[in-house]
Design a protein around this ligand. Structure first.
Ligand SMILES: N[C@@H](CCC(=O)N[C@@H](CS)C(=O)NCC(=O)O)C(=O)O
Length: 111
C-alpha cells in the first residue's frame, strides 16, 4: 500500500508533511481533502475535521504533523528501508544545507 497524504494544496501543515516525505525520499500519493475524503476517511478515523492526515503503508492513520514527522518508523513500514532516515544520515545536499545553516551564526559580527 502506498503512503497517502490527505491534505490541502495551500495548507502550511500539509506542506510541512509533504516536504518531510520528499526529504525522507518516501514515495507517497497526495489526495486533496474533499468533502468526500472528510466524510469517508478523516472524520471516521480522526474524529475531527483536520488536515493533514497520513495513511501509512500498513494502513495506519496518523494525524498531527509532529506525530507524523517524529514518528519516522511509523510512517515507513518498509522493512527493507529501516532505519529509513536516521538523524545522522548525510547526503551531499544535507551537507550543503547544514554548512549553509551554520555559516551566518559563525560569521555574525556580534559573536
Ligand atoms: N496540530 C495540527 C494542526 C493542523 C491544522 O491546524 N490544520 C488545519 C488546516 S492547515 C485544519 O485542518 N484546521 C481545521 C480545524 O482546526 O478545525 C498538525 O500539526 O497537524
Amino acid at each position: 500500500m502506498t503512503i497517502t497524504l490527505y491534505g490541502g494544496e495551500v495548507s502550511y501543515f500539509t506542506g510541512k508533511v509533504r516536504a518531510y516525505l520528499r526529504w525522507a525520499d518516501l514515495p507517497f500519493e497526495e489526495v486533496i481533502a474533499s468533502a468526500d475524503v472528510y466524510g469517508q476517511v478523516i472524520l471516521p478515523s480522526v474524529g475531527i475535521p483536520v488536515i493533514p492526515v497520513l495513511r501509512t503503508q500498513s494502513g495506519e492513520i496518523l494525524q498531527d504533523t509532529t506525530v507524523i514527522t517524529e514518528g519516522r518508523r511509523a510512517a515507513c513500514t518498509d522493512k527493507r528501508r529501516e532505519p529509513c532516515f536516521p538523524a545522522n544520515q548525510t547526503t551531499p545536499c544535507r551537507n550543503i544545507a547544514s554548512a549553509t545553516r551554520t555559516k551566518p551564526a559563525t560569521l555574525a559580527p556580534w559573536t
